[in-house]
Design a protein around this ligand. Structure first.
Ligand SMILES: N=CN[C@@H](CCC(=O)O)C(=O)O
Length: 343
């Protein structure tokens, strides 16, 4: 529980980013922050909040997957919007601790020195992702152990591993996961990257049942297809069945997915590359609408076993930052709104 890489959101930054308006109260005026990292576990535990927002501004996992970087920009874009939405009975700002972010700037600075085309260097680069995993799982462990629900803003999808491991260790049991994603991220155990967070978590016993919602058929390799259909713990549907051929009903599939993962604590993983035209590491012209993604978050978020929410892979350029920040903010408030009704 060292959380060496944690940079708290300070009161000064909070005040700087929250643009107050007379006659209104913004989210940033009512959410909570911590004053110090000392005794962080006790401070998180004793604070009267249910949700802890943590940023993971990194793109090392995506780079180590030979993908396009930019995922390190999503957290800042989000926080600037989130703090400026209204604080009202829908948004529950007083139930939220905006903790801050894990600072992986050293790892990000180190990554371009590795030649990704050279297998030996790629191996070393992927070891940097192991270091990130350790920090992420420590942070999620601390938050879940303190009895709070983490809302994690990525970063690449490599961080699913740290989320699952941290939650599993805190709860002393393996956990399940629901993943809204174009890709399985269940690729080979070939060194850590953004395409194998779930396969590593499964192989190490932290992940039990896994449901992949809306996979794109064009990106399922034969090897993965065979695993999907041979392991009982894995279950999925495809975007084409749901939205193109309409051979499966969206509503029934939500229920089927919940039957697969809902019987014990589960994480909700949202990869922004599942949504049409969102700037992300694997941006797609064909994907779910923002409203369908919001419905997924609402549906699973309202379940008592929802243990965390992770929104990842958004990679906004400067001009897209506000739009991406708004998108992720809708996801956060949808989750909080649905989940609060549980209590
Ligand atoms: N987290 C994303 N993982 C995908 C990326 C695919 C792509 O970049 O096209 C994967 O490794 O399969």
């Amino acid at each position: 529980m060292c959380m060496d890489k944690l940079v708290l959101l300070t009161n000064t930054t909070l005040e700087l980013l929250t643009k107050t308006r007379s006659g209104e109260t913004k989210f940033g005026e009512h959410c909570k922050v911590l004053a110090s990292t000392n005794e962080i576990y006790d401070n998180i535990k004793n604070l009267d909040v249910n949700y802890v927002i943590l940023g993971i501004p990194e793109d090392v996992g995506v780079y180590a997957n030979l993908g396009n970087t930019g995922t390190s920009k999503a957290f800042e874009a989000t926080i600037k919007v989130l703090l400026n939405i209204q604080s009202n009975p829908f948004t529950h700002a007083d139930k939220v601790l905006v903790l801050g972010h894990l600072d992986f700037s050293e790892e990000i600075m180190a990554m371009p020195a590795f030649d990704r085309e050279n297998p030996k260097e790629l191996k070393k680069l992927r070891r940097l992702v192991d270091q990130i995993d350790k920090e992420v799982s420590d942070a999620i462990y601390t938050i879940v152990k303190a009895g709070k629900t983490p809302i994690i803003i990525g970063g690449g999808h490599n961080n699913a591993y740290g989320n699952i491991k941290g939650a599993s260790l805190a709860l002393n049991q393996s956990v399940n996961a629901l993943n809204l994603d174009a890709h399985t991220d269940f690729r080979a155990l070939e060194g850590r990257h953004s395409g194998n967070g779930f396969s590593y978590a499964y192989a190490e016993g932290f992940l039990d049942k896994y449901f992949m919602f809306g996979l794109h058929e064009n990106y399922i390799s034969n090897a993965i297809y065979d695993s999907l259909n041979s392991k009982k713990a894995l279950n999925y549907n495809t975007f084409e069945d749901l939205e193109v051929r309409k051979s499966l009903s969206f509503k029934n599939e939500l229920k089927r997915a919940l039957e697969h993962i809902g019987k014990k604590p589960f994480g909700i993983e949202i990869d922004c590359d599942a949504i049409k035209n969102i700037p992300s590491s694997a941006k797609t012209p064909s994907g779910f609408s923002v409203e369908k993604a919001r419905q997924v978050i609402h549906f699973f978020g309202k379940h008592k076993n929802a243990t965390y929410l992770h929104i990842c892979e958004a990679a906004p350029k400067k001009k897209q930052a506000t739009t991406v920040g708004k998108l992720i903010t809708y996801f956060i408030t949808d989750f909080i709104n649905a989940n609060t009704k549980n209590e």
